[in-house]
Design a protein around this ligand. Structure first.
Ligand code: SF4
Ligand code: SF4
Length: 423
């Protein structure tokens, strides 16, 4: 990174400076929200992850929440319930008592898994977030049917946090036609939803429109170091902060990409804090924003969970100096990557391309420059007809991608780079 570029990053990061007043999150002498009590894990022991209050209230949530979209599997997407049970238990012991599921996660199985695993714990000891799948709604009756089905699958009487899922200009318009917000407000009044929000995938102008249109208790956005600029997360965060809407973060590690970075970038981070992983830096970047209520991480393996618990207990916001170190290390990663978050909404592909996997391999190659690994990983996918070469450019995936990635165009680019790498 040259001096000019470095200073530009430093200026961007300086925006965090007035926001970095931490230690101010004690929740003493603050009011309770009627019907919404603070919840703590009843099996808490050992180091506890940091917590933040919901607005100026006695309700506190862990700064790290467990995303239930990337649960351990036994292959072919079948959830490994025993491994997931151990992760949930470890989470609860560390005070991670916020769990985030959705209708689409694990093709509908995540909600069943949540119901099975969390029903072992008292309902007053955990927060559950679920989402209305606005994309697939066709009638008002669908809204009612799905909401009731979700309560049944999750084995709960109410949701602590409930979201209209993946709103963008199109799904927001459709949701308005189907009166989804009004339906959910009625459920909130009836005590079936405690806090109502939405998750968001579109440009910040659309976010501003939605945020201004209704009363929202919280909003879930994609935010991490790279997306701060590339995906305009900064503008999104600022819109929410100005409206007084707490932010729940998804993709703080950008689908795992920020856990494995270029060796040169990692060396810069390790020099500053030898024991911290790149993932810890990414979490600390996102958590240094005070309007962040909770950030979600899909912790598939126990070592991810243990590493994350370490990062959050206690949680240390970035210092000014560390922000500059981060800018220096990550500057190059902020360009040229496909902004895929491996959400899998584009699947299934009729030509069986494993789109998120192809992008993950490609982004890894662009970050690490490891040509041999790139050839090997893509070759393995090709052998099963799941690689970029299988794409027939039908375009069906384009409408489904919340990041608006021109998927077939990228598939062509990746095939060309793959061919070049083989020469
Ligand atoms: S454009 Fe390619 S990747 Fe997308 S759905 Fe069609 S075949 Fe699959
Ligand atoms: S290409 Fe788009 S829809 Fe598919 S996994 Fe990536 S971000 Fe999600």
């Amino acid at each position: 990174m040259d001096r000019r570029e470095f200073l530009k990053h430093a200026a961007t990061l300086a925006l965090f400076a007035p926001l970095a007043r931490f230690g101010a999150f004690a929740a003493e002498d603050v009011p309770a929200i009627p019907g919404l009590t603070d919840k703590k894990s009843e099996i808490a022991e050992g180091p506890q992850v940091a917590r933040r209050p919901y607005k100026n209230t006695a309700l506190t949530v862990p700064l790290l929440g467990m995303g239930m979209m990337r649960l351990p599997t036994k292959g072919r997407g079948i959830i490994d319930y025993e491994a997931a049970r151990k992760l949930v238990e470890r989470a609860m012991r560390a005070g991670i008592n916020y769990f985030d599921t959705a209708w689409f996660y694990h093709k509908g199985e995540s909600e069943n898994c949540v119901g099975e695993l969390l029903s072992k714990y008292p309902r007053e000891s955990y927060y559950l977030a679920d989402k209305m799948p606005c994309r697939v709604l066709e009638t008002e009756a669908d809204v009612d049917r799905i909401f009731k089905e979700q309560l049944r699958k999750c084995k709960v009487e109410y949701f602590d946090f409930y979201l209209m899922h993946a709103l963008n200009a199109r799904t927001w318009k459709k949701s308005q036609e189907l009166h989804v917000y009004e339906y959910l407000k009625k459920q909130q009044a009836a005590g079936k939803i405690r806090l109502l929000g939405f998750s968001f995938h579109d440009n910040y102008q659309v976010l501003r429109e939605i945020a201004n249109a209704k009363e929202w208790d919280f909003c879930q956005i994609q935010l991490n170091y790279i997306d701060w600029k590339a995906y305009h997360s900064k503008e999104q965060y600022e819109i929410l902060t100005r409206r007084g809407i707490p932010a729940v973060l998804m993709e703080p590690l950008k689908g795992g990409r920020l856990a494995k970075i270029r060796p040169e970038a990692e060396a810069i981070l390790r020099k500053a804090r030898p024991n911290d992983t790149p993932a810890a830096w990414a979490f600390r970047f996102a958590g240094s924003l005070p309007n962040v209520l909770v950030m979600l991480s899909g912790m598939t393996r126990m070592e991810h969970m243990e590493e994350n618990i370490k990062t959050f207990s206690p949680f240390e916001p970035l210092t000014e100096q560390e922000r500059l170190v981060l800018a220096e290390a990550f500057g190059k990663d902020a360009v040229d990557a496909v902004p895929c978050t491996t959400c899998e909404y584009c699947l299934p592909c009729p030509a069986t391309v494993n789109i998120p996997r192809v992008f993950k391999i490609y982004n890894g190659y662009k970050s690490s420059g490891d040509k041999e690994q790139f050839k090997k990983d893509l070759g393995a996918l090709d052998a099963e007809d799941h690689g970029a070469k299988a794409c027939v450019s039908c375009g069906l995936c384009l409408k489904k991608c919340p990041q608006k990635i021109p998927i077939p165009t990228w598939m062509g680019t990746i095939v060309r780079e793959q061919t070049l790498a083989q020469k």
